[in-house]
Design a protein around this ligand. Structure first.
Ligand SMILES: C[S@@+](CC[C@H](N)C(=O)[O-])C[C@H]1O[C@@H](n2cnc3c(N)ncnc32)[C@H](O)[C@@H]1O
Length: 193
């Protein structure tokens, strides 16, 4: 895998910037899977504009913890004043966070250069499930790409490497569903202990 400089500084972006790609078939299915599991406590890593949290909370009965390495996104989410939510500002891999029953993360892992460090942290912070949504081809090839004009670095990984890293930390692949929608080829993966 080629080296790349990770770009975790999203502070230049307005939290609304991802709204146009939030309502995809994969996010809808992700929401349905979470509601079916009904974890007592769940965490989302990389909340971005917190649109997913807003859609989830009217239907979800448990507690929600949102983690993001961008302070302005955490402030934006807090201002929504949604009951049963709390927030942690910091980076997956480093930050102290509660242990939950399910962790959800969409388009986050590819922006972190050390997959192993991220997955080790995820495994430590969940008792049962990790639900990942990523672009399909970012799990198909080992290389680095630059995404769009903003030049955000992202790592493509082979499926064996990706799934193997989760297995190494006790998380087995239970579902792998490809869901192309709106010109975005997403894929949803459920890992469980
Ligand atoms: C591409 S955006 C995705 C946002 C949202 N999940 C969505 O689907 O619209 C990536 C988000 O992950 C956050 N992020 C990236 N790496 C992170 C890390 N290691 N820990 C916490 N947040 C991270 C960024 O600040 C940003 O909010």
């Amino acid at each position: 895998m080629k080296e790349f400089t990770s770009n975790l500084d999203w502070s230049k972006y307005n939290p609304k910037f991802l709204e146009h790609i939030i309502n995809t078939k994969a996010t809808t299915l992700g929401l349905e899977i979470i509601l079916k599991i009904q974890p007592k406590k769940m965490m989302e890593v990389g909340i971005g504009g917190s649109q997913f949290m807003e859609q989830l909370m009217p239907h979800y009965q448990g507690e929600y913890v949102g983690v993001d390495g961008t302070a302005s996104f955490i402030d934006y989410a807090k201002k929504k004043n949604i009951p049963k939510t709390s927030y942690v500002y910091g980076l997956m891999g480093d930050v102290e966070a509660p242990v939950v029953d399910l962790i959800y993360l969409r388009h986050v892992l590819e922006h972190n250069p050390d997959l192993e460090k991220s997955v080790e942290w995820l495994s430590k912070h969940t008792t049962k499930h990790v639900l990942v949504i990523n672009f399909h081809d970012w799990i198909d090839q080992d290389e680095t790409i630059r995404v769009g004009k903003r030049g955000i670095s992202a790592a493509k990984r082979s499926k064996n490497f990706f799934v193997g890293t989760f297995q190494k930390y006790g998380l087995e692949l239970k579902e792998d569903i490809e869901l192309p929608d709106k010109g975005i080829f997403e894929r949803i993966l459920l890992f469980s202990k």
